[in-house]
Write a protein that binds this ligand. Structure first.
Ligand SMILES: *[C@@H]1O[C@H](CO)[C@@H](O)[C@H](O)[C@H]1NC(C)=O
Length: 397
C-alpha cells in the first residue's frame, strides 16, 4: 500500500469508539504483521492495527483510546476484546469530524493522509515488559506498538511529511501528550503539533460527591492509585517523558498536569471543563455513590440537583487549577468549553457544523486549524455551566 501525496499527515491514536455517525465514511483496517517479530503486539499477542485514508498532502495520526488496564485481572478482562486484540476489532471505522474528507466539514485537514491507530495495549502506548507469563499470555508492549506503527508509517511515506498532527481522544488524547515529543523527533523537518482531545485527566479529589458530608470528607485519590498500578503492571516508567519522571514518581507522570509542562512540541488541549468521563468515573464513581443518588445526573447533566451542580462546579475549579499548573506558553492551544462532553474532535456535530459548540463564536475546527497553521493562537476557557448554549451535552442511555 502506498500512501497518497506525502506532505500532510494526521495521525490519531487512541480514541474511545463513539457510535458511528452518518456523515462519516468508512476506512478499512490494516494489520501491522511485521510488528509481531519485534514483539510489538496487543495484549493477546496479536498484531497491532490501524486504519489509513490516503490524502493529498499532510497527515493526521490519531491514536484511539479506551481507558487503561491496571493489573492482570483487568488486562485479562479486555484481552479478547477490541481493546486487547486485533482479532476482535471491527474491520472498518468511520472517519468524520477532524477525519472528514469534505472541505466544508473539515476545511483545514480534509485532504490530509489520515491514520487511526487502534488501541489494544491498555497503557496508552507506554508499556514494555519482555516477559510473557504463560499462565495469562498477556503482552504488555504498548510502547513497542507505538514504535512499530511509526516505523511502518514512515516507510510508507510519512517520512516525507511537511505537516503532521498527532491527535487522540480520551486515553488516546493522553497518548498524544505523552508521545508528542517522540513523534516530532521522527519528523525533524516537518511542522509537527499535537492535539489532546479529552485527554486532560486530572488528579482529582474524589469521593466528595455527597454535598451534605462533603465538607467533612478529605477525599481520596483513586485515579492516582490506579495510574500507579498501570505504570507498574506495564513497566511504563522508562517510556514516559523524563522531564517528568526525573521529578515525580512515574504514576504521577500519566497526569497531563504534571507531564505536559515538559513537552516542547506545540500542544493543543481541547477538553470540556465538565468532562463526562471524568465526572462519571473519577468524581462520582459507582463505589463512591452506594445509594445511586448520582445515577440520573451522571447520565444527563440537566437532571442534576443544584447541590450536584455545585459539586460539578467544584470539579471544574479543580480542573482549571490543574490546567494552570502548565503555566503560560504561547505555542499552546486551549479550548476549554463548559459542556458535559468527552471527545469533541472526531464527531461532525461537535467538530464543525452550523450548530456545533463554539467558544467566543469560534468552532473547534477553526480554533484548531488556525492554531495549527499559525494563523492565530487560541487559548480560551468558557464561563461556567450553564452559560454556554452551544454545547452538545452527552446524554447516556
Ligand atoms: C485490579 O484493579 C481493579 C480496578 O482498580 C481492582 O478492583 C482489583 O481489585 C484489582 N485486582 C487485583 C488482583 O489487584
Amino acid at each position: 500500500m502506498a500512501f497518497g501525496g506525502a506532505h500532510k499527515w494526521l495521525l490519531l491514536c487512541l480514541c474511545i469508539l463513539i457510535s458511528l455517525k452518518a456523515d462519516g465514511y468508512f476506512v478499512d483496517i490494516t494489520y501491522v504483521e511485521s510488528a509481531v517479530a519485534k514483539g510489538a503486539v496487543c495484549l493477546d499477542g496479536s498484531p497491532p492495527a490501524y486504519h489509513f485514508s490516503p490524502g493529498f498532502g499532510s497527515g493526521v495520526n490519531n491514536w484511539l483510546g479506551g481507558g487503561w488496564c491496571n493489573n492482570v485481572t483487568t488486562c485479562l478482562a479486555r484481552k479478547n476484546t477490541r481493546l486487547g486484540s486485533s482479532k476482535a476489532m471491527v474491520k472498518q471505522l468511520a472517519f468524520s469530524g477532524i477525519f472528514s474528507n469534505k472541505q466544508a466539514m473539515n476545511p483545514d485537514f480534509y485532504d490530509w493522509n489520515k491514520v487511526k491507530v487502534r488501541y489494544c495495549d491498555g497503557s496508552s502506548f507506554t508499556g514494555d515488559v519482555e516477559r510473557v507469563d504463560p499462565a495469562t499470555n498477556l503482552h504488555f508492549r504498548g510502547a513497542r506498538v507505538f514504535q512499530a506503527v511509526m516505523e511502518d508509517l514512515l516507510a510508507k511515506g510519512m517520512s516525507h511529511a511537511e505537516n503532521a498532527l498527532l491527535s487522540g481522544c480520551s486515553a488516546g488524547g493522553l497518548s498524544s501528550i505523552l508521545h508528542c515529543d517522540n513523534f516530532r523527533s521522527l519528523l525533524p523537518s516537518a511542522n509537527v503539533k499535537c492535539l489532546a482531545d479529552a485527554g486532560y485527566f486530572i488528579n482529582a479529589i474524589t469521593d466528595a460527591i455527597d454535598l451534605n458530608v462533603r465538607k467533612d470528607i478529605t477525599g481520596t485519590e483513586h485515579i492516582r492509585e490506579f495510574y500507579n498500578d498501570v505504570v507498574t503492571t506495564h513497566s511504563s516508567a522508562k517510556n514516559l517523558p523524563s522531564s517528568c519522571t526525573s521529578r515525580l514518581s512515574p504514576g504521577m507522570c500519566l497526569f497531563p498536569q504534571y507531564v505536559a509542562q515538559g513537552i516542547r512540541t506545540p500542544l493543543f488541549i481541547l477538553n470540556a471543563a465538565y468532562d463526562s468521563w471524568q465526572i462519571k468515573n473519577i468524581l462520582a464513581p459507582g463505589v463512591a455513590d452506594p445509594h445511586g443518588t448520582w445515577h440520573d445526573c451522571k447520565l444527563d447533566i440537566k437532571k442534576c440537583s443544584s447541590g450536584q451542580i455545585d459539586v460539578m462546579q467544584d470539579f471544574r475549579q479543580q480542573f482549571l487549577s490543574a490546567l494552570a499548573l502548565l503555566g503560560s506558553n504561547p505555542s499552546r492551544g486551549l479550548f476549554i468549553n463548559s459542556c458535559y462532553a468527552h471527545c469533541q474532535s472526531e464527531m461532525q456535530e461537535t467538530w464543525l457544523r452550523a450548530d456545533s459548540p463554539k467558544l467566543d463564536g469560534t468552532p473547534i475546527a477553526k480554533a484548531v486549524g488556525d492554531w495549527f497553521y499559525g494563523r492565530s493562537g487560541f487559548q480560551k476557557i468558557d464561563c461556567e455551566y450553564p452559560c454556554d448554549s452551544t454545547c452538545h451535552n452527552r446524554i447516556f442511555e
